[in-house]
Ligand binder design. Sequence first.
Ligand code: PGA
Length: 262
Amino acid sequence: MVTTRTPLIAGNWKMNLDHLQSIAFVQKLAWSLKDAKHDYSTVEAVVFPPFTDLRSVQTLLDADKLHLGLGAQDLSAHDSGAHTGEISGAFLSKLDIRYVIVGHSERRTMHGETDAVVAAKVLAAHRNGLVPVLCVGETAADLEEHGPSAVPVAQLRAAVADLPADAEIVVAYEPVWAIGSGKAATAEQAEQVCAALREALADVLGSDSAAATRILYGGSVKSSNIASFMREPNVDGALVGGASLDVDEFASIVRFPSHVGV
Ligand code: PGA
């Protein structure tokens, strides 16, 4: 099958860079990619700053007509009301934000987000015109006990069960043991799970949706290993944490076609 999925490189800043730092960072990143004549239609590049940075970055992208995409790191399952500290998808949408990370393993483990909460957030994103970047992945113990794809596939099925078949979604396979550890999965491991995730998508949302959906790999992605992942047929990009905080490193990851040889 010839793939028409545009690769997506997503930078998850986590709780790093305040709004002033974020402006300087995005300016540098945009210049660096411009200098390298990066074509955003061949590789989409999106940054996911903390909530307090979003308005500043959005204003900059808009004023300077930059082609970087903007995403948020989380959203509430609710659209408004008595939910102190939560952020509505409706507010994100008003900021022209296109993507929102849902179900990152740090939210699942440190904030007790269950599959049901993640599913409700996926629906909230869709309801508000945002594209959820749904994170799934197994721990080292899961891997030992259930093998490589059982847990991520079960998380995916639970999260998209009520999503309309034509809804746009991005899936990020992030093995928990690879996140921030410096020990990325091998390209073969990533491909095996991403292929299983695509099969599950075909089963739940239909084959058209499965063929169109971008499935990313995340977990210790760097400029030195991105090429190996991008050679795999079912890996359509990367969700990058630590390496997304270094302008040169992130720009190099975005420019993987120049070093992947495809
Ligand atoms: P990492 O994080 O690239 O630092 O491993 C990835 C993520 O948590 O999305």
